[in-house]
Design a protein around this ligand. Sequence first.
Ligand code: GLA
Length: 342
Amino acid sequence: MVTETLRSWAPGRVNLIGDHTDYAGGLVLPMAINLGTTVTMQPGGNTLHLRSARRQSLHLDLPLGGVLAEDLTTLEPAWGRFVAAAALELASTVGGSGEVTTTLPVGAGLSSSSSLELAVALALGFDGSPLELARFGQRAEQVASGVPSGIMDQLTIAAGVAGHALLIDCATERHRAVRMPDSVEVWVLHSGVPRRLADSAYAERRRATEVAARLVGPLAEASLDDIEAIDDPVLVRRARHVRTECDRVRVAAAALEADDPTEVGQLMLQSHASLRDDFNVSVPELDHLVLELSSRGDVFGARLTGAGFGGCVVVLARPGTDLSTVRSDAWLVQAGDGARLL
Ligand code: GLA
């Protein structure tokens, strides 16, 4: 029997504002982008063989009964860990042979790994709602990376809407599309610093927000007075970031809808300062880049985006601005639709 060739697509994402709030039940305002991963696959058999133009090919004996022969965290080539985690979570026993291509920079903080997981899941026959796909992807990402990440990346990738950002309440996992006005363009610039140390520090930051929440309640709505009264200055700063960042996200979504990019830009700069000073997830290269960009007349605002510790800044700029002269690793991105079979 000749089976049909399947093609799936999953975008990457960039977060406009609201970082290190998703796992604390807070608000985020990311968008799926027009860069992403395509998987082309001929289904069949019980092994998975995927070629990559950029990387070593992957050959995987599929996990019969949900158990992989290899230890996932040491699987080589490393990109196969994300593929294997997707196959494992899906309890897939039907494999295939095909190719993976991506237009995303890998490891830059634009969710290349989640994009890969969701594209593989769709090619292997995942059938469910965008929220189910997102929850699936979050589990796969946690298994593959060992990092206790939140749901922002996967929900954005699964539920993205062209021309819109998504305002997500991570406590309820409900979201709504917020139109991107014609008065702005979104750029992503790499700081040149790889996201080293991000994994262990990420887990440590998440733990701190959980300890603080046990003292003052859910941080997204805790009283700032209660937060300031916590008897540990580090916990105060961590909790204050989450609480104030959620307010900034709410105001930024309203400002985007009111076509007020100046206000959104100011909130992005405040977000960066809070991530730098209260959450301590910035690095000097990111700070310099944000400072340089914010002094330009054609930029409304800029901030580190994603987990931090290196990686990229997101920039809200006037249409027609060219930021490729600032960094060679610069991408003008559009808000795109979510993951799907093509
Ligand atoms: C990473 C995680 C997300 C989120 C961001 C920080 O991208 O995967 O869940 O926590 O960091 O906002």
